[in-house]
Design a protein around this ligand. Structure first.
Ligand code: NAD
Ligand code: DAU
Length: 364
């Protein structure tokens, strides 16, 4: 029987890849995508699927209790996968308010709606799941050795990670207090198609292609554990289908890299694939060390042993393969990047959905 799944933030980077995975490989799900279309939400990411029979888009805010409760009832939502968030650390430093609002209040609003519908109104079943998508940044910063496990104490250090940590605590509290069937995932840095070009990899690719400076924070020796976005989405499906209720699972790529290494690799791949810079210099010459990010976490590294042992998940993509595919995707989707950069993607909703304005589900 078809199950209705509420995906929040499905027009963002990971959410869009996740919706694509569900619609291409899981015919028993009907996806209801609730997205506010902030600067990071882009309808073009799912434009080819807009009229898919198993897909409904709802333009709205997860903080809108009336809208969210109404969606649970009108679509008989039995599963939630919650991606919607303010997700960029640098923006959280400049303006933390939106992070508190969306990441904490928005998660609270979803939890309350699920609790009311599934538990108080008795519309739930043993199959209900509320999967909260979180980040390894809640664990803080590692020294040169060690890994984050599911038992690592929380130690968030930016307004972004603090707001995600708060939302994780709320999600767990709803399990212990009310018995809400939650699942939690904490994942490392994703890369791949549809990532907004404020994040390291698409930003550097775009600048390097145009011969612009490549701004590396500090000395470039901060370390992240990179995972191809499709691997993350597949891990989420695995947790949804086989994870034990109330548990959290760390997801990572076994792939630690210094930022400088990543940027040098991107430069080399571009030198190989596109025409040389007018100066004739290799693209590495564009690397520019700039003032460090305040509170910049030194190293993240995930121990993904639990999800591997208990659910049999491991990343499918080797980094060398995933990063080549990613570079290729950005090179062959230049109009996508141009639309994002000149802001015209934000007009897309108005144009595409003009005939729907006024219908309740398409309003914020
Ligand atoms: P993103 O910034 O690309 O997308 C966020 C999406 O949420 C956008 O479509 C945006 O319009 C939507 N949104 C924001 N506020 C909303 C609101 N109030 N109501 C409804 N929709 C709203 O983010 P992403 O990189 O795809 O990350 C998705 C989730 O995964 C986040 O929760 C993030 O914390 C988590 N995560 C990201 C990474 C990563 O490397 N990007 C790694 C681990 C975990
Ligand atoms: O670890 C998971 C997290 O990964 C997610 O929870 C976040 O949503 C996601 O944005 C990402 O956070 P980071 O801060 O690690 O990603 P970002 O792409 O912003 O930066 C990656 C590294 O590159 C970080 O050490 C900062 C550095 N950096 C970033 C930018 C944008 C630079 O040196 N220069 C830059 O211009």
């Amino acid at each position: 029987m078809t199950q209705h799944i509420l995906v929040t933030g499905g027009c963002g980077f990971i959410g869009a890849n996740f919706v694509r995975l569900l619609l291409s490989q899981y015919s028993d799900w009907h996806v209801v995508n609730l997205d506010k279309l902030t600067y990071a939400g882009n309808l073009e990411n799912l434009a080819d699927l807009a009229s898919h029979p198993s897909y409904t888009f709802v333009h709205g805010d997860i903080c809108n209790r009336a809208l969210v409760s109404d969606l649970f009832r009108s679509h008989n939502i039995q599963t939630v996968v919650h991606f919607a968030a303010e997700s960029h650390v640098d923006r959280s430093i400049v303006g933390p308010g939106a992070f508190v609002e969306t990441n904490i209040t928005g998660t609270f609003c979803l939890l309350e709606s699920a609790r009311k519908f599934w538990l108080e109104e008795g519309q739930g079943s043993g199959k209900n799941r509320f999967l909260h998508v979180s980040t390894d940044e809640v664990f803080g910063s590692l020294g040169p050795t060690g890994y984050f496990t599911e038992e690592t104490s929380y130690d968030p250090r930016s307004p972004y990670s603090a707001s995600k940590a708060a939302s994780d605590h709320l999600v767990r509290a709803y399990y212990h207090t009310y018995g809400l069937p939650i699942l939690l995932t904490n994942c490392s840095n994703n890369y791949g198609p549809y990532q907004f070009p404020e994040k390291l990899i698409p930003l550097m690719l775009n600048n390097a292609q145009h011969g612009r400076p490549l701004p590396i924070y500090g000395d470039g020796s901060n370390i992240r554990d990179w995972l191809y976005v499709v691997d993350h989405c597949e891990a989420i499906v695995r947790v949804l289908e086989q994870g034990a209720v109330g548990e959290s699972y760390n997801i990572g790529g076994h792939n630690e890299k210094k930022n400088l290494e990543i940027v040098e690799l991107l430069c080399d791949l571009l030198d190989e694939k596109v025409s040389a810079l007018p100066s004739g210099q290799p693209r590495r010459s564009l690397i520019t060390f700039v003032r460090d990010r305040p509170g910049h976490d030194r190293r993240y590294a995930i121990d993904a042993g639990k999800i591997e042992r208990e659910l049999g998940w491991r990343p499918r993509f080797k980094f060398e393969e995933g990063i080549r595919q990613t570079v290729e995707w950005y090179l062959t989707h230049r109009p996508w990047m141009d639309n994002v950069l000149d802001g015209s993607y934000q007009q897309y909703y108005a144009n595409m959905y003009a005939n729907l304005v006024g219908k309740p589900e398409y309003k914020i």
